[in-house]
Design a binder for this molecule. Sequence first.
Ligand code: NAD
Length: 346
Amino acid sequence: MATRLRSAGTRCTVIGGSGFLGQHLVEQLLAKGYTVNVFDVHRGCQSDRVSFFLGDLCDKEALLPALQGVSVAFHCASPAPSSDNRELFYRVNVGGTKAVIEACREAGVQKLVLTSSASVVFEGTDIKNGSEDLPYAQKPIDYYTETKILQEKEVLAANDPENNFLTAAIRPHGIFGPRDPQLVPTLIQAARSGKMKFIIGDGKNLVDFTYVDNVVHGHILAAEKLQKGSPLCGQAFHITNDEPVPFWAFMSRLLTGLGYNAPKYHIPYGLAYCLALLLALLLWLLRPLVTIRATFTPMRVALAGTFHYYSCERAKRALGYSPVVGLEEAVARTLQSYPHLRRARA
Ligand code: NAD
């Protein structure tokens, strides 16, 4: 295709390439014939076919060697959303992203693709088939989301075709797949400790869960389609499986697929939310004496009990995106990849 980058020999850098999404992205880029640099604050299980650069992305000088001779940079590094360290989120997602932009410009990188998040428009209330035109959340649900908004704004505003620097942001939602250290392991841990008995709300709220290969596909398409004069420069794109599912049906499918019982008792959404608020208040009052981090928080109740699914029509139209792995197949591949989490037969 005329608009395609010729991948063979094209050098790119994956910032955050030791992480869950980053590693899958690196593998696909290698399979497509790209030459790949990885920049990360820790060394993951890297293929010996990549050049690895160890460093903190907040340090422009550390980034520069990883960006020399590179046409495309993918920025998919972030502190884990579960942290509540405001300073860390601001330092890495905001300050660090500014450093990434400066380093890319200085090194002559032509394209920067950011991994943002669909949660940048989520305020804890229902979103049904939301498009990219929804305004950024006025009251983001946590520091992670607050700084993902600022990070995305920085990257999109840096789009500068005059100076041959093009940017785009991919907004995935609920990434899952093999080697994810979060979703399935956390769910199974909760099931093993007897915490997966309740469904919050009526269980009908639809949510997007997106298989990692589809998220990777969206990133590579964006990099390949970003061209001077194209209307997709400086834009954000939702990337989903395009198959929203009831949140609790998806959780139940993962649980039963690994031999655990699905939750069956319902707790009204409002009640769950109030209990989580009360717990947060109690922990705040106890803070001078003891610090306890709750897993049952108002934010998690909102994530589990509201509709939040997004339209990926813009990505379909502008990038030619469509999911490469359907949800059923994606779940089967994911379950197969966690034999160690399967419940031992009595
Ligand atoms: P991950 O934690 O597995 O990977 C993040 C990587 O970033 C890690 O390897 C980490 O070492 C690296 N990193 C963090 N701080 C760094 C720093 N200061 N300097 C250099 N490297 C640093 O996370 P993931 O699930 O693969 O997420 C990748 C991206 O996708 C993130 O930007 C995240 O916000 C976004 N995202 C994830 C999801 C999801 O469901 N996992 C959903 C939407 C968006």
